[in-house]
Design a protein. Structure first.
Length: 171
């Protein structure tokens, strides 16, 4: 292999080769670049460290805004064999609230037959409501609303242990 290197700009030492040289020898000849690489490596490490610290600070910011979410679950009517409830998810924060989750418990003898503007999953007497595709994201200052049709046998007891996103008790 024939290597021909000539200084064009910068502060590298001028080098000229016009005779065959192995790739190992070529790398050794460029050892003068080593001090420049070390300086750039140090600068890169400092830059990455600064970005890591800055990004760590930003990662905490959304959690501070998450407390601005709230939920209400209220029963609007009852009759001998059922009830209707309404829920409202409120985002009073400054960032969008996405993929919310509303959980609650019903006593034995009561169950959810269907919901609107949400999907539900049942685990015994525990229910989890998740958003429909069209209300998955609640913009700042916005709300997501929906309803529940429940059935019952016996006396009506309102939903209990209602919580939004596993953190915020419903009002």
């Amino acid at each position: 292999m024939t290597v021909s290197v000539q200084q064009r700009s910068g502060s590298f030492p001028a080098m000229r080769w016009s005779e065959p040289v192995s790739s190992t020898l070529a790398l050794a000849a460029m050892a003068g670049l080593n001090s420049h690489v070390k300086r750039w490596r140090t600068a890169l490490h400092v830059g990455v460290s600064v970005l890591t610290v800055a990004t760590g600070g930003l990662a905490v910011a959304p959690a501070a805004h998450a407390a601005a979410a709230a939920a209400r679950l209220s029963v609007t009517s009852t009759w001998q064999t059922g009830f209707i409830a309404r829920f409202v998810i409120v985002n009073s924060g400054r960032v969008p609230l996405s993929d919310w989750k509303l959980e609650f418990d019903l006593p034995m003898g009561e169950s959810v037959s269907h919901t609107w503007s949400s999907n539900f999953t049942r685990y015994g007497t525990h229910y989890v409501l998740t958003p429909a595709n069209w209300n998955r994201i609640v913009e700042p200052g916005g709300t997501a609303t929906g309803g529940i049709r429940g059935v019952l046998s016996g006396s009506y007891v309102p939903p209990m242990n209602c919580v939004l996103n596993g953190l915020y008790p419903c009002s």
